[in-house]
Every structure is written in structure tokens, then in C-alpha cells.
Design a protein around this ligand. Structure first.
Ligand code: HEC
Length: 157
């Protein structure tokens, strides 16, 4: 067998072997967003936008695309989700103290206003997650309002 062919076979075997290993999935089915939603009270439109544009990477439940079944793509996605959740996890809102909540909402304003979020790699493959100007404004308005509401009422924790 020629060397090129041997290498091609070796790569194929590695690729197939890889498929037997997949990272743990981010698929909590409990009511993990309850605290966040009740404390920040987003209007339906904003809740829907957060769901389609943010929760896949910033909550404990990701709606996976079909290609997540293919390693090593699954590892790449898992890494993005871990990283995103490390910075901000709406499902763990109850673990943030009042100062952290305020800071997270401030960052939501900054990253959405600048167009940094949702990540571009994500909107390439999730067209529905792209935000129009008026959708961005709706998120900004809600986040600012929540910040002032939390500042006035404090949060239960
Ligand atoms: C594809 C995954 C993904 C999506 C979708 C996504 N994010 Fe992120 N987000 C990340 C990652 C990864 C980081 C870590 C920041 C970095 O290192 O670039 C992050 C960081 C953040 C931060 C913290 C920034 C900081 O300075 O710590 C905020 C706030 C944020 N995202 C808000 C949002 C909002 C709001 C949406 C929806 C409009 C959203 N993200 C959608 C992956 C995502």
C-alpha cells in the first residue's frame, strides 16, 4: 500500500474511533431558568430573543444542532458552552449576589450593544439568532430596567 493511502486509512480509523467518545451534554430539563425569569421579568418578546440567541451558551440547556453528533465538532461546541457558561449562566442566577447580578446585566448591555453577542460563529449557523436593531433595543431596554429594579428592590438573596 502506498504511504498516502496508509495515512488516509489511519486518519479514517482515528475519525471513526473518535465517534465513540462524546462530551457530556448540556441538557438540564428542570425549571433551571425560573429564578432568572422571575427576578428580571423579561417581556415575552425578550424572553424569546434570549432563548433563540443566548441560552444555548449561557444556560444549562442547549438545543444542539445535528452536527453535534460528529466528533470533534461536539468537543468544539462543548468548549464554547463551558466557556460561555463560565462567564454568565442564567440557570445559576440564584448563585449570584446582588452586585454580580447587576454586573452581569451591565455586561449584557455592553456585549449586545456592541454586537459582540451573540457570537458571530453562532449566528453563521443560526440565522434566527441574529438580532435586528429593534430586537437589540428591546434587550437593552429590558436589561437596563432590570438593573434599576434590582437596585431599588434588592434581590431576594
Ligand atoms: C455560541 C455561544 C454563545 C452565544 C450564542 C452567546 N454567547 Fe455570550 N459568551 C460566549 C462566550 C464563549 C463568552 C466568553 C467571552 C469570551 O471569552 O469571548 C461569552 C461571554 C458573554 C458575556 C460576558 C462578557 C464578559 O466580559 O465577561 C455576556 C454578558 C454575554 N456573553 C452575553 C450574551 C448574550 C446577552 C447573548 C445573546 C444575545 C449571548 N451572550 C450569546 C458564548 C456565547
Amino acid at each position: 500500500m502506498k504511504l498516502g493511502k496508509k495515512i488516509a486509512w489511519a486518519l479514517l480509523i482515528v475519525f471513526v474511533g473518535m465517534q465513540f467518545f462524546q462530551p457530556d451534554k448540556n441538557e438540564d430539563t428542570s425549571d433551571h431558568l425560573a429564578t432568572f425569569l422571575s427576578e428580571t421579568n423579561p417581556p415575552d418578546q425578550v424572553e424569546h430573543l434570549l432563548k433563540t440567541s443566548c441560552f444555548d451558551c449561557h444556560s444549562n440547556h442547549t438545543v444542539y444542532p445535528w452536527y453535534n453528533r460528529v466528533a470533534p465538532v461536539s468537543y468544539w461546541l462543548a468548549d464554547h458552552i463551558d466557556h460561555g457558561k463560565g462567564h454568565l449562566n442564567f440557570s445559576e442566577w440564584d448563585t449570584y449576589d446582588a452586585g454580580e447580578k447587576d454586573h452581569k446585566l451591565e455586561e449584557v448591555v455592553e456585549t449586545v450593544e456592541s454586537g459582540e453577542m451573540p457570537l458571530r460563529e453562532y449566528t453563521w449557523t443560526h440565522a434566527e439568532a441574529r438580532l435586528t436593531e429593534s430586537q437589540r433595543n428591546a434587550i437593552l431596554e429590558w436589561a437596563r430596567l432590570s438593573r434599576s429594579r434590582l437596585a431599588v428592590n434588592g434581590s431576594p438573596k
